[in-house]
Design a protein around this ligand. Structure first.
Ligand code: ATP
Ligand code: MG
Length: 465
């Protein structure tokens, strides 16, 4: 692997020129260097200077004519938004964590000190920016070697590195998934021993790492070691509880946790949408609670889709995931068994229409989850279920073609109903509206305004009684 990286002629050249002029050593460090060695380009840049990081950032901002520098004097760092990413500046430092205290005492340090305080050796390489040594790597901790071996190792004893900032335990799992690397066995042991320390880390930092993990090409690469080390139980106990829940094995994996990992990996090949991936992660979340044994059938999980849907919001609240995605995830979890129920030859258009109505514009995502949910090892069965879903998709396309359900709006709104019936706002309006919607979905009346109004008049007296 190379001993230099190509820094190109962009902003890093400018930063190098400012460093030359200010007679300071400056380096690009961390993820950018790692990604450059891997042949990809990250959009964020981290800069270390041997000197005052904030003052240096000010000079760079001035040189670039960029007025949006944000400084954090308390932390000795500064951030400059740049293109669609950001450049972060820090002066090389040494961090000392007193046992039992969360806040490190920070002192000026050498470049090596600064690399030693980082999370993994592959994130602890720097490339010089000054003209005399441009692109040359500083790699005192063997990051290149570990990058080549695809291994995540901590710069210090992992017990020390994880103790200083326990979030690094979860970052190990995140990078394992993102980079498709192994975690060094000593680090895994330390992760197991120290997992409970994650309790002192803020939920925001945890969630950010978890969502990055779930965005990786194959999330199980990180979710599996989370479970193995017991970290899952600390971070996401509902997922941890899926382990050891048995189910019938013709259709699924025997174990709900392993089945769920497979579904998440399957769907991740089809979508980068992290909320659809989240729905896949949560689709069977209520199985441990609904499990019952039925003579002659085996294990059953009646209502797990509805109870699971109701677990979504409390989970989102606790995890501090953005609540704007709750309804979507709830919906996908709630409906995940419905397409399967449409397989029957005899199934009526009305049932198809109803599902299209309830899923709305998320119907394609729902079908993606259904397909990802097939994890049987029996190829004959897999083929069968796939064909079934294709048939369902065809039925849906037919009904959609006829009735345009996807962006369907009920033919009457609440105001019209109140006026037609001479009533004010209240639960009755909803009841009448639902009756009209049902009549349309069931195909008793066509989906148009006049028919709906006529129908409303025909039922209103009975309902208002
Ligand atoms: P990404 O591709 O996700 O941006 P990254 O490696 O750049 O990956 P960041 O979280 O942006 O990760 O952090 C930038 C660098 O700062 C890391 O490469 C690492 O050197 C250091 N770093 C970040 N967070 C920590 C931490 N909690 N402990 C130690 N070092 C950290
Ligand atoms: Mg970064």
């Amino acid at each position: 692997m190379k001993r230099t990286i190509d820094l190109g002629a962009g902003v890093l050249e400018t930063i190098g020129a400012v460093a030359d002029r200010e007679r300071l050593e400056a380096y690009v460090v961390g993820g950018f260097v790692r990604d450059a060695l891997l042949g990809t380009q990250g959009k964020d840049v981290d800069i270390v200077v041997l000197g005052d990081g904030i003052a240096f950032a000010g000079k760079v901002a001035e040189e670039l004519g960029n007025r949006s520098l944000v400084t954090f004097p308390k932390f000795g760092t500064a951030m400059l938004p740049y293109n669609d990413g950001k450049i972060e500046f820090v002066g090389a430092r040494q961090e000392r964590y007193e046992p039992g205290s969360r806040k490190p005492s920070v002192e000026t340090g050498t470049l090596k000190d600064d690399l030693l305080r980082r999370d993994f050796t592959v994130n602890a390489m720097a490339a010089a920016l000054n003209s005399g040594s441009r692109g040359m790597l500083a790699d005192p901790l063997g990051g290149r070697k570990d990058l080549k071996a695809k291994i995540l190792r901590t710069p210090l004893d992992p017990v020390k590195t994880f103790d200083d900032d326990p979030l690094r335990i979860l970052r190990a799992m995140r990078f394992a998934a993102q980079l498709e690397f192994r975690i060094d066995p000593a680090a895994l042991r330390a992760a197991t021993d120290m997992r409970d320390r994650l309790g002192i880390v803020s939920q925001e930092r945890i969630s950010e790492e978890f969502l990055k993990l779930l965005s990786a090409p194959q999330p199980s690469t990180g979710l599996f070691p989370m479970q193995e080390t017991g970290l899952m139980n600390v971070v996401f106990p509902e997922i941890a509880a899926l382990s050891g829940v048995e189910q019938r094995k013709e259709y699924h994996h025997k174990d709900v946790f392993l089945h769920t990992l497979k579904v998440v990996d399957n769907i991740s090949r089809e979508t980068g949408n992290v909320w659809l991936r989240m729905a896949a992660l949560l689709h069977d979340i209520a199985k441990p609670r609904t499990k019952a044994f039925k003579e002659g059938t085996g294990w059953t999980f009646h209502g797990h889709e509805e109870i699971g849907a109701r677990m979504v919001k409390p989970i989102f609240r606790r995890m501090k995931f953005p609540l704007e995605h709750v309804l979507y995830v709830e919906k996908i979890v709630r409906l995940h068994l419905r397409p399967m129920a449409l397989v029957d030859e005899e199934v009526k258009d009305s049932a198809v229409r109803r599902l299209l109505f309830e899923a709305g514009e998320d119907i394609d995502d729902l079908m993606k989850l259904c397909r990802a949910d097939i994890t049987s090892k029996n190829p004959r069965l897999v083929r069968q279920v796939r064909q079934n879903y294709e048939m369902v998709a065809r039925k849906m396309a037919e009904v959609e073609e006829k009735d345009r359900m996807r962006n369907w709006r009920p033919a009457l709104n609440g105001d019209e109903i109140m006026e037609a019936c001479g009533i004010g706002p209240g639960p009755l309006v909803g009841k009448l509206k639902q009756a009209v919607v049902d009549a349309i979905l069931d195909g008793h009346i066509p989906n148009d305004h006049d028919a709906a109004l006529q129908y409303l008049h025909s039922i209103k007296n009975k309902v208002l009684e």
